[in-house]
Design a protein around this ligand. Structure first.
Ligand code: F3S
Length: 81
């Protein structure tokens, strides 16, 4: 199982994640990333076919703002830190 959330407090709007995983991440008016499939609550189970994209996005984020876990985040990016 894979869940993901963006820590929008640390995102610097670099834009890498949406390029790598456009089916998961989008940007708000300020260019900050969020998970648009669940309104960045980290509660939506990521389809298996998209998990590799999510992992690539996490590895490519320069500020470690993309979080991944095997259980839901319930809206808290720091839940498993
Ligand atoms: Fe922000 Fe990292 Fe994406 S800085 S735009 S969450 S790659």
């Amino acid at each position: 199982k894979c869940f993901t959330i963006v820590d929008m407090d640390t995102c610097i709007a670099c834009g890498a994640c949406g390029a790598v995983a456009p089916d998961i991440y989008d940007y708000n008016d300020e260019g900050l990333a969020y998970v648009y499939i669940d309104d960045n609550t980290g509660s939506a189970l990521i389809p298996d076919i998209l998990v590799d994209d999510v992992i690539d996005a996490k590895n490519g984020c320069p500020t470690d703002s993309i979080k991944i876990a095997s259980a839901p985040f319930d809206g808290d990016p720091m839940k498993y830190e």
